[in-house]
Design a protein around this ligand. Sequence first.
Ligand SMILES: [Zn+2]
Length: 159
Amino acid sequence: MPTTRICKIFTFDAAHQLIGHSGKCANLHGHTYTLEVVVSGEPIGEENPSDEGFVMDFAKLKAVVKTEVTDILDHAFISRGNEPALEVLRASGSKVAVLGFRTTAENLARYIVYRLKTAGLPVESVKLWETQTAWAQVYAAEVPDDGPFYQEVGGCDSE
Ligand SMILES: [Zn+2]
């Protein structure tokens, strides 16, 4: 059976601030991100009639992405940890996700694919749309087992 790819699309809202960037994204602002998760594998055979033909049950895919990604990032302030607003938001009980890296689309895509891979999902790639016209894509095979490389610089799409 040939390798087949399936994709499920998610959205989440998050706020961030890219400290030190020369553009508009140095300001605290938000995005409605669209996340495409591609899973690959051989479709399940007749030994499992309930799931026959599936690469993976979409409901299972959705459950993993919810636990590993959207429960953490949705409606959160996604933080590197160096933003002045962080402590105020924490103190007020607002949802924050301190990620420890600069929250560019590139870094977030690496983080997401690594979390999904580590959770055992047969993820092939993720594509993270920061705006309707800009995305970053990362292939799981290109992310080291001990974690991704995160860039220290970079901005976001403000067009
Ligand atoms: Zn941004």
